[in-house]
Design a protein around this ligand. Structure first.
Ligand SMILES: CC(C)(COP(=O)(O)OP(=O)(O)OC[C@H]1O[C@@H](n2cnc3c(N)ncnc32)[C@H](O)[C@@H]1OP(=O)(O)O)[C@@H](O)C(=O)NCCC(=O)NCCS
Length: 193
């Protein structure tokens, strides 16, 4: 059985599965956030700092196999800074709130902040399905644009976004990002009809 579940409705068990998928997908990029520790500890840290309330979760036969986190104006894909501070300390919490989770300053756009499919289920249309559901939900809310970004070391994801109608807006070179596996971030946008 296939189901899509709104983020606000996920159970603690499902939260842990989502955090594991995000860790598999973005562990290297998120390394600066995570103190030394085991994979399990890192997954628990993600669970403590991420806000899944606005996300969309994809499940097959009860198992979580994909997730897309979104934010519109006034929303965040992280928990409040004061909450994050307890698990990652004030400096990392500050960096995340200020630089990484930049707020949306427009009323007509929704941003997909993280999209990830469990490693063994990639290439089966799950990412496409999640994005199309996000487009439908955004249209229902009267939004006219969907934004996201992709790093230059991920040409597959970029091709997927282009095939769904996203176009490049601009490219940002990120100093020091090489050690996290990329050099540039490409901002993309799709207009909803
Ligand atoms: C990018 C990602 C979310 C795509 O999800 P997905 O369910 O694998 O995507 P789909 O099955 O809908 O694939 C759509 C297209 O992308 C291609 N594709 C993208 N990433 C792929 C992957 N890792 N493995 C296989 N195919 C992939 C497919 O070939 C497919 O093209 P086609 O329809 O012409 O065959 C997923 O691969 C993933 O979690 N990657 C790691 C995390 C990541 O990079 N997230 C995006 C950050 S911007």
């Amino acid at each position: 059985m296939i189901e899509t579940i709104a983020g606000w409705a996920v159970t603690p068990e499902r939260r842990a599965e989502i955090s594991r998928i995000l860790y598999q997908a973005f562990g290297q990029k998120l390394a600066f956030l995570l103190r030394r520790g085991s994979e399990q500890e890192h997954i628990e840290t993600l669970d403590a700092i991420m806000n899944y309330a606005n996300g969309l979760v994809f499940a097959e036969n009860g198992e979580t196999t994909g997730v897309g986190l979104t934010k519109a104006r006034g929303q965040s894909t992280y928990r409040p800074e004061a909450v994050m501070r307890r698990s990652i300390g004030w400096l990392r919490a500050r960096i995340l709130s200020t630089f990484i989770d930049q707020s949306i300053n427009s009323d007509d756009v929704i941003r997909v902040d993280q999209l990830a499919v469990r490693e063994d289920r990639r290439g089966h249309g799950i990412g496409t399905t999640i994005l199309e559901r996000i487009f439908d939900d955004a249209r229902r809310l009267g939004l006219s644009r969907v934004a996201l970004d992709v790093v230059d070391s991920n040409p597959r994801a970029r091709r997927l976004y282009e095939s769904l109608g996203f176009r490049e807006i601009h490219t940002r070179r990120i100093p020091g990002a090489r050690r996290y596996g990329f050099r540039e971030v490409i901002d993309m946008e799709k207009r909803l009809d």
